[in-house]
Design a protein. Structure first.
Lengths: 514, 514
C-alpha cells in the first residue's frame, strides 16, 4: 500500500470510529433504558436516541466517507485491512440506501413501541400494542424497500441481511425443513417415553440475592471480566454496552426456579465473552465487530447448553451450591440437577423452552414475521395466527397474549429478520462444540473441575478475535472444516436426551470426525 | 409578535432543544461514569464525551442559530419568551467565543483527570494528580481568555460566569469579608463554651441496606418523585441526570455515621426537587433551566440544614428510626439527635463540615483557585498552600493530601469558579427560608408531623418554576424583597447554636421582617 493509500486508510478508520462512538452511546442509552431509567423519562430518551441515530447515520453516509471508500485500492492491503474495507463498503452501500428521516423515525418509534409493548405485555392486552406493531411493520416494509438487492428473494431478506449477512429466507427454509422433521420425531419419542424427569428442584424458593451471588460467580468462572463489564437485572435479559471494555449483561430472577437465572446468565455471559473477546486494536472497525447474530448466538447457546446443561458441569456446580444456598439442595444429587436442567416439554414461552423444542418456537416466529413483512398477515390477526401456529408446531394451547404473541420484545424494537439467528446459533454452537472437543480433548473432565478456561481461550482465538474477517458461513468452515448443517445439533440432542428419557438409540451417536 | 417572528421563535426553541438533547446525553454518560461504568471503559467514555461536547458546541454556535437570535425583535414577546431570548443570546455569545477544539479537549481531559484524581485520592498521592491539574489549569486559563468580557475584573470572573451569571470575584470578596469575621467570632464562642455535644450517636454501626431504605423514605417524604428519578451510590454524592423527568441523585454510606448519608441524601434530594420542579413545557430552554448554581445550592442546603438539622425535623425523624434500625437508637432522645446533627467543630473535610465552619472551607478554595487561575500559585505548590490556609482559617493541621487538597472532585473536572456558589447557596437558603416561614406560618409544627409538602410547593412556585426568568440576584429580591446579604445566615446560626452550646446571646435573634 502506498503512503498515500495508507494515510487514506487511516482516515477511513478514524471516520468509522467516530460513527462507532455515536452508536456505542446509543447502546449505552438503550441499556440504561432497560435497567436504570425512571419510567417517566421515556419520551425524552426516545428523542435522544432518534437524534443519535440520525447523527450516526449522517456520518455513516457522508460523501467524504464514500469518496474515501472508492479511492482505496482492492487487494493491496493485508487480510485485516481487506476485511475492514470490504465490510465498510457493504455497510456504506446499505446505509446510503436509507434516508435519514426513516432512520430517525425508526429509532424514535422503537423506543416508544418498546414501552407500549412492556405495558401491553404486563396487562396481557394485545390491543394496546397493535397500533405500534402496525406502525413498526410499515416502517420495516419501507426499510426493506430501501435495502432490497438483486440477489435477494423477498423483502424479509433485506431486513435479515442486517443481522446475518448473506443469509436468505430460502436457505433458512432449506435448513429448517429437515430440522423440523427431526425435532418433531425427537419430541414424539420423548412424549412416548414412560420416563418422567422430576421438576421439584425448580420449585425451591431461594433468596434473589443468593441467586445473584451465584450467577455472578458462575459468570466469573466462565471468564467474564467484571473490570470490563457489568451484570444487572432487566425484564428481558440481554447483552448490551458498547465495546470490548464495557460489556453489560442482564439477567432476571424468579424466586423459585434458579435454573432460569442460571441459564439466562450463562447465555448472556456467553454473548459477553464474545464482545469482550473482540480485539482492542480493532475497536470501532468491522474487524473489531461480531460477524453476525447467528455466530453471536452460537456463543451464548454453547455456554448455556453445551456447557451449562452438561453432566460434567452439574457435577461441578452441584458442589458449589451450598456456598450460596446452604442446605436448600441437600436432597438432590448432581444427576438430579443435570436431569432437571434438561427436562424436555412443549411449552408456551420461548426463553423458557428446552433445547428440543426451542427451535420450533423460532420457526413459528420466522413464518409469522415473513407473513407480516410480505403483507400476507395483518398485525391485528397476529394473536390468532400465533395461537394456531403453537397448536400446529408444539401442540399447546395459548391461554393469553402475555404467554403468546406479547412474550418477545423484538418486533417492538423493529427486530424483524432476527429470530432465525437464534436457531442458526444453536446449529453453529453444536458444530463449534464438536470441533472444540476434538481439538481440546477431554472437556467434560475440565468442566467437572470448574475449569472453563481452555474452552474460553479456544473460542477467543477461533471465533472472537476474527471479528468480521470471514463471513459467518466461511468462519464456520474455517473453524470446523464443514458447512453448517442441522445434523450436529440433532446428534447432540439425541446423545443427551435418549439416555435421560430411556429412548432407544436412533444411532446418530458418532460425530463425522470420529 | 408577528406570525413570521412567531415561526422563527419556534425554530429557535427547536434548535435549543436539539442542543439540550446532546447535553442531556452527556449528563447521562457522566452519571453512568460515576455510578455504573466498569473501570476499564474510562478511555472510550472520555472519547464519547468529547465527541458529544463538540457536537453540542457545533450546534450551540451554528451560524443559523446566531442569525435567528439576531433577527428576533426585543421586547415584543411575553416574559417567558423574553427570558428565553435574552439567555439564549447570552449563551450563544459565550459559546461562540470558545473554539470547538478547546471544548472537546476540556471534555476529554476532564473525564481522564477525574479518574486520575480518584486514584490519587485513594493513594493520598498528589503527585499522581499534579500533571492533570496543571493541564486543567492551563485549559481553564485558555478558556478564561476566550470568555473574558469588559465588565469583568479578572480571568476567574470569566469562568465563574458559567455557574453564577453576573457574580464577580469582587462582589464575593465584599460578601465574604463580614461573613468570615462573623463566622470566626461564632467559632470562637463555640470553642470557648464549656458545653460539649456528644458524638456517640454517630458511632453506631448500622447496616448499609437499612440506611439506604431510610434515606430513600426520607427523600420520598420530601417529595422527590422516584417515577422521575433515581437514588444510587457514588464516591462523591451529586445530582445528575438530564431533565425534569430523569433526575438522578447519588449518596454515599458509612457504616457508622448515618448522619452522613442522611445529610448527603437530603442535600442531593433538595437539588433533585429543583430539577424535578422545572416546568415540562420549558424543557430544553432557559425557562426550563436552573438559574444559577448558587440558587441550586440554596435548594439543597435549605433541605439539608434549615429542614434536616432543625429541632422539629428530629422530633419527627426520631420516631421513624425504629422502622429502619430497630432498637439501635433506643438510648437516644430526639434532642440528642438534634444536637448531634448540629455539632460544630473545625475539621478537615468540606463535605463533612458543620454549618458554622462550612463557609470557611469555601473561602479557602475561593482564594486558592483565584490564585491558580491568575498564575499566582503553581499547581505543584497547591498542597502546601492548602495546608497553610487550613491552619489560618480553621486552625487545623492537614495530615495528608487525601484529607487535604485531594478531597474534592471539582478541579479535576475543570470546575473553577464553582466553589463560591456553595456559600451563595447557604446565604440564599437562609434568606429564602426566613421568607417561607413568614409566608407559610408554623413550618416547624408541619415538620414535626412529617409534613414537608407546603414548603416543597412554595419552593416549586417561588423558585423552581421560574427557570431563568430572573437573574439570581433579582430572583432573591422577587422572592424575599431584599438583596442577598450574610446577616440572615449568621442570625439563623446563632439562633440555633447559642442555646445548643450555652453561648450568651449576641442579640441577633429577630428577622428583619419581624
Amino acid at each position: 500500500m502506498s503512503a498515500h493509500d495508507s494515510e487514506r486508510y487511516g482516515e477511513l478508520i478514524s471516520k468509522l470510529r467516530d460513527v462507532h462512538l455515536l452508536e456505542s452511546t446509543s447502546e449505552l442509552l438503550s441499556w440504561d433504558q432497560e435497567t436504570m431509567m425512571p419510567p417517566a423519562a421515556v419520551d425524552h430518551r426516545a428523542n435522544q436516541l432518534a437524534l443519535l441515530a440520525s447523527l450516526a447515520h449522517e456520518r455513516a453516509t457522508a460523501k467524504e466517507l464514500g469518496d474515501l471508500l472508492e479511492s482505496l485500492p482492492e487487494n493491496m492491503l493485508d487480510a485485516c485491512q481487506d476485511a475492514n474495507l470490504r465490510e465498510a463498503r457493504r455497510s456504506f452501500a446499505r446505509s446510503t440506501r436509507l434516508d435519514a428521516k426513516l432512520v430517525s423515525e425508526i429509532a424514535e418509534t422503537s423506543s416508544r413501541a418498546q414501552h407500549a409493548w412492556a405495558a401491553a405485555r404486563q396487562d396481557s392486552d394485545f390491543a394496546q400494542f397493535q397500533p405500534w406493531l402496525e406502525k413498526m411493520v410499515k416502517l420495516m416494509q419501507l426499510k426493506a424497500d430501501c435495502l432490497y438487492e438483486d440477489d435477494m428473494g423477498c423483502a424479509w431478506d433485506a431486513l435479515a441481511e442486517e443481522f446475518e449477512p448473506g443469509m436468505r429466507a430460502q436457505n433458512l427454509a432449506n435448513l429448517f425443513a429437515p430440522l423440523r422433521t427431526d425435532l418433531c420425531k425427537l419430541l414424539d419419542d420423548i412424549r412416548g417415553s414412560s420416563r418422567q424427569i422430576e421438576s421439584t428442584v425448580t420449585k425451591i424458593k431461594l433468596p434473589i440475592s443468593s441467586q445473584e451471588n451465584m450467577v455472578r460467580a458462575i459468570s466469573e468462572q466462565m471468564g467474564f471480566d467484571f473490570n470490563r463489564g457489568r451484570l444487572d437485572r432487566s425484564a428481558h435479559p440481554f447483552c448490551g454496552g458498547s465495546h470490548y471494555a464495557d460489556v453489560r449483561i442482564t439477567t432476571r430472577f424468579s424466586g423459585d426456579n434458579f435454573l432460569d437465572a442460571l441459564g439466562s446468565t450463562m447465555h448472556e455471559a456467553g454473548h459477553g465473552l464474545y464482545e469482550q473477546g473482540l480485539l482492542a486494536e480493532h475497536l470501532g472497525t468491522p474487524m473489531g465487530t461480531a460477524v453476525s447474530l447467528g455466530i453471536h448466538e452460537s456463543q451464548s447457546r454453547l455456554w448455556e447448553n453445551q456447557v451449562g446443561r452438561s453432566e460434567a458441569f452439574w457435577l461441578w456446580c452441584h458442589a458449589q451450591l451450598p456456598k450460596f444456598f446452604g442446605e436448600a439442595f441437600s436432597d438432590f444429587t448432581a444427576p438430579d440437577l443435570y436431569a432437571a436442567s434438561n427436562r424436555a416439554e412443549a411449552s408456551l414461552i420461548r426463553v423458557e423452552a428446552d433445547e428440543s423444542t426451542y427451535n420450533l418456537h423460532i420457526m413459528i416466529r420466522f413464518d409469522l414475521e415473513m407473513a407480516l413483512i410480505a403483507g400476507d398477515l395483518s398485525p391485528e390477526d397476529l394473536p390468532s395466527a400465533w395461537n394456531e401456529a403453537y397448536c400446529e408446531y408444539l401442540d399447546v394451547e395459548v391461554p393469553d397474549d402475555r404467554q403468546g404473541c406479547l412474550q418477545d420484545v423484538h418486533w417492538s424494537c423493529g427486530l424483524f429478520g432476527y429470530f432465525p439467528t437464534y436457531t442458526l446459533g444453536n446449529l453453529y454452537a453444536a458444530q463449534f462444540y464438536d470441533q472444540a472437543c476434538q481439538e481440546l480433548g477431554d472437556l467434560p473432565t475440565s468442566f467437572q473441575n470448574g475449569e472453563f478456561h481452555s474452552l474460553k481461550t479456544w473460542l477467543n482465538e477461533k471465533v472472537h478475535a476474527q471479528g468480521m474477517r470471514y463471513s459467518a458461513g466461511d468462519l464456520c468452515r474455517e473453524v470446523t472444516g464443514r458447512s453448517l448443517d442441522s445434523q450436529g445439533l440433532i446428534r447432540y440432542l439425541r446423545r443427551k436426551l435418549e439416555p435421560l428419557y430411556g429412548i432407544p438409540s436412533l444411532g446418530v451417536d458418532s460425530s463425522p470426525g470420529d
